[in-house]
Design a protein around this ligand. Structure first.
Ligand code: UD1
Length: 450
C-alpha cells in the first residue's frame, strides 16, 4: 500500500504561508530522484521476478505510478523509501485513463508492456501545463521495432504480431533527444530480438539510472549517458535490488535557496557531476560553492546577486526543470538577465505570479527579460505547475512580508517534505488547511512542523 506525505486532496485545499527574509542556514537531506524513480517503477514491469527499489521519494507522483502498476495486476508494497514490486502476474495490458491523465510519466509503461506481453493500450497523456508534450517519438521508435501502433479515440493501441510476439531490434534516430522517448525505447529494446541502437539519445542522469536498473535485471545496454545507446535484447529479465540516484532538481532547488541573501546551506547526498550547469550559473550569480566529502555541496550566498543569462537545453545543458527557480532568484539581482526556454513551449506561467510580488519580468516568445529589483513583496499567488510552485516558494523566502501559495498539489508532486526541510534551515513557513482563520497564524513564530 502506497502512502503520500500529503495527499493530493489535502494539498488541494491548503495554502502555504511564508514569511520571507529570514537567514537560511544548515543541512538539507536530498531525496531520491522523482523522475528516475517513476521510470524505474515502470521498468519493473519487464521482469516477472521480485524487484526492490530503494531511495524512492515519497511523493504524489510515485503514489500515482504505484496505482497504475497495481491496476495492471502488479503487486506493490512500500515501506518508507523502499518499494517492492512483483510483476509476475500482469493481468491487464491497458493502463486506466483516469490515472494516466494525472501523470504523464505513466505513458512510459507502454514500452515495458509491449516488450513483455506483445500488446499495450495506454491513453494519450494529453496536454499539460507546460506545453503540448506529444509522444510521436515514442510511437515512431516502437513502430521501427515492428510494433503496429494505432491511435484511436485518445488511446494508443500497440501490438506485436507473429508467433514470438517479440519486438525486433532496430536502428532509431530521435529527431530530438527526448528523455521519455529514450526511456520508452530503451525499456522496449531490452526484451527485443536482436540489437537496437538509439541515436541522438537523451543523456540525462535519469536515463543512465534506468539503464543501470535494467542492467541489474540482466539487460545488455551500453552507451547510456552518451548520444548513442546500444541495447542487445535478452529473453528474460530477473530480480534486482536497486537504489535510485539523488534528485538533482531537488538539490538544485535547495542550492537556489542557499543563494538567497544571507544564506549558508549544505545539501547531501548529491552527485555533483549531475549539477555542473546549475553550479556554474550559481557561481556566475556570485555564490560561493564548495564540494565537500564527494557527495555534499555547500553554498554560501554572495553579497549581491549578479544578473546572468540562462538558456535551457537537454542535459548536460542547463535543465528546464531549474528555469523557474533561477528566474525567481534573478528577480532580485543587480541587473538584467535574459532567460530562454528551448525545451518546452509554455513554461513561463510563473512570470505573472512573480510580477505580482513586485518582480519586473517581460516575456516575448520563449525569452524572459528579468530586470532585477531591490526587493520583492509578499503577496497571494497561485502555483501553476511543479517547478513554478518551487519558484514561488523561493520568491516567498526572498520577499518582505507574507506570501501565500495556493494549489499546493503541484508542489507535492515533486518535493518530498519541502516545508519540513525548509523549516530545518530556518525558514518561517506554515501549511494551513483551508478552514484555518488568518488571525490564528502567528507571523514567523511558533510554527508547527507537519
Ligand atoms: C522529462 C522529465 C521532465 C523534464 C523533461 C526535460 C520525467 C517524468 N519528466 O519529461 O521533468 O522537464 O524530461 O528534461 O522524466 N517531445 C516531442 N515528441 C515526443 C516526446 C517529446 O516532440 O515524442 C518534445 C516535448 O514536447 C518537449 C521536448 O520534446 O518539447 C522534451 O520532452 P522530453 O525530453 O520527452 O520530456 P519528458 O520525458 O516528457
Amino acid at each position: 500500500m502506497i502512502k503520500n506525505y500529503v495527499s493530493p486532496e489535502e494539498a488541494d485545499k491548503s495554502t502555504l504561508h511564508i514569511w520571507g527574509r529570514h537567514p537560511l542556514k544548515g543541512n538539507v537531506k536530498i531525496s531520491g530522484a522523482k523522475n528516475a524513480a517513476l521510470v524505474v517503477m515502470a521498468a519493473a514491469l519487464l521482469s516477472p521476478e521480485d524487484c526492490r527499489i530503494r531511495n524512492v521519494p515519497i511523493l504524489a507522483d510515485v503514489t500515482r505510478m504505484g496505482q497504475i502498476l497495481a491496476a495492471l495486476g502488479v503487486k506493490i508494497e512500500q515501506r518508507e523509501d523502499i518499494l517492492d514490486i512483483n510483476a509476475s502476474n500482469i493481468s491487464k495490458s491497458e493502463a486506466p485513463y483516469e490515472l494516466v491523465s494525472q501523470l504523464r510519466a505513466s505513458f512510459f509503461a507502454i514500452g515495458p508492456l509491449l516488450a513483455r506481453l506483445g500488446e499495450a493500450r495506454v491513453p494519450l497523456p494529453g496536454g499539460c501545463a507546460i506545453g503540448a508534450r506529444p509522444v510521436d517519438l515514442h510511437v515512431r521508435g516502437l513502430q521501427a521495432m515492428g510494433a503496429d501502433v494505432q491511435i484511436q479515440h485518445g488511446m494508443v493501441n500497440a501490438c506485436v504480431t507473429g508467433a514470438s510476439r517479440r519486438l525486433k531490434g532496430a536502428k532509431i534516430y530521435l529527431d530530438y533527444p527526448s528523455v521519455g522517448a529514450t526511456e520508452t525505447l530503451m525499456m522496449a529494446a531490452t526484451l527485443a530480438e536482436g540489437e537496437t541502437t538509439i541515436e541522438n539519445a537523451a543523456q540525462e542522469p535519469e536515463v543512465v539510472d534506468l539503464a543501470n536498473f535494467c542492467r541489474a535485471m540482466g539487460a545488455r545496454i551500453v552507451g547510456a549517458g552518451t548520444k548513442k545507446i546500444v541495447i542487445s535484447g535478452v529473453r528474460h529479465l530477473h530480480s534486482a535490488d536497486y537504489s535510485i540516484i539523488p534528485d538533482r532538481i531537488e538539490a538544485g532547488t535547495f542550492l537556489v535557496v542557499g543563494a538567497l541573501p544571507g544564506s549558508d546551506v549544505s545539501i547531501s547526498p548529491v552527485i555533483p557531476d549531475h549539477l555542473t550547469a546549475v553550479l556554474s550559473k550559481l557561481e556566475a550569480i556570485g555564490a560561493s560553492i564548495t564540494i565537500e566529502e564527494g557527495d555534499r555541496i555547500r553554498i554560501v550566498a554572495g553579497e549581491t546577486i549578479k544578473a546572468t543569462d540562462i538558456e535551457t537545453l537537454p542535459y548536460p545543458g542547463f535543465p528546464t526543470d531549474m528555469q523557474a527557480q533561477f528566474m525567481a532568484l534573478l528577480t532580485i539581482s543587480n541587473g538584467d538577465s535574459v532567460i530562454t526556454e528551448t525545451v518546452f513551449e509554455n513554461r513561463m506561467r510563473h512570470v505573472s505570479e512573480l510580477n505580482r510580488m513586485g518582480a519586473d519580468i517581460r516575456v516575448k516568445g520563449n525569452h524572459a527579460l528579468v530586470r532585477g529589483v531591490p526587493l520583492l513583496s509578499g503577496a497571494p499567488v497561485v502555483a501553476t505547475d511543479l517547478r513554478a510552485s518551487a519558484a514561488l516558494v523561493i520568491a516567498g523566502l526572498a520577499a518582505q512580508g507574507q506570501t501565500t501559495i495556493q494549489e499546493l498539489q503541484h508542489l507535492d508532486r515533486g518535493y518530498e517534505k519541502l516545508d519540513y526541510k525548509l523549516q530545518q534551515i530556518g525558514a518561517r513557513l506554515q501549511r494551513v488547511p483551508a478552514e484555518t482563520k488568518q488571525e490564528s497564524l502567528v507571523a514567523g513564530c511558533e510554527l508547527t512542523i507537519k
